[in-house]
Design a binder for this molecule. Sequence first.
Ligand code: PLP
Length: 361
Amino acid sequence: MEKIQYHIKKRTHKIELPKELGFGKLFTDHFFEMDYSPEKGWHNPIIKHLENLSVHPGSMFIHYGQAIFEGLKAFKTEDGKAIIFRPKAHIRRLNNSAKRICIPLVDEEFLLHALTELVAIESDWIPTNPGESLYIRPVIYGMDPFLGVKPSSNYKLFILLSPVGAYYSEGFKPIKILIQDDYVRAVKKGLGECKTPANYAASLLATKEAKEKGFTQVLWLDGIEQKYLEEVGTMNIFVEFKDEIATPELTGSILPGITRRSVIKILKEKGLNVTERLITIDEVVEAYKNGTLVSLFGTGTAAVISPVGWLTYKGTEMILNNGKASKLAQELFDELSSLHTLSIEDKYDWIVQVQNEEVEV
Ligand SMILES: *Cc1c(COP(=O)(O)O)cnc(C)c1O
């Protein structure tokens, strides 16, 4: 791979972050870009001042959706070092998504290098209040100007950075979930396990309608029978039964979350009974009725852990743990948050430290 080119503008003023960051509204000064062509492979890697992309109106991704993305986070440790949480797992998943929709693979080591260089250059943008982080959004899209359905020949990869606060305005407060059986998000053997824009397009109307009724998000059921739990908009779901913590197994229609994987590992390490299996909605309702349902929580990079306080299915509302976060959800949130700032030991080797950059900003 070629060396990254750096077109960096000297920073003339101190970065002042707003008090309320929100999520995904603010972007840093620089981004990373590279191109793919059949002749050159991935080439022209560059970190430069953030600017608009030049997109031909015929670009294939606009017409046929050939695009993938990732979402991961950088944090500052208590002693001011920049770290990234599980970047290798995210880059691996980017390549898995790439395979599914005929996008050429990236060199994982090189992309990790590009990512850490960019975060190092922008490390002053990493917010440090509890719950805040620098969200990292790698994207690849097919850019040939061509009308006709086939894989593009040329691609663009970029990495965009956004300082963020809590994903839900509720923060770490229980959210209201509508169990959706009027629409489905994905089906087995479809695109569900791929982080591709099509899945989010499929979710918009259901989520909009749920929000109009006062819900925070929808919980999807399987695409065929609407019988099994799948996942929430941008999170995987865990169900705490009295003596089991269950999460839907990866059947192909569910996004294989890295937070999900981290939570399974942490729970196993604690010696708890965590299972990956099919969970029916009837089983959840039954457990609620007979008092063996403790709570539910979502897991995802954006929200980390999101307790579910209220769950509505076919017009009936279930109030979980009196609308409060369960003890377990709180513990998981605290443990992951402590890992993010390295205030506890990284015994799983999930953290990658960002090296001090070669380039001054
Ligand atoms: C990104 C995402 C998740 C969570 O994955 P993480 O790797 O934990 O961030 C879950 N479901 C969907 C649909 C997603 O897009």
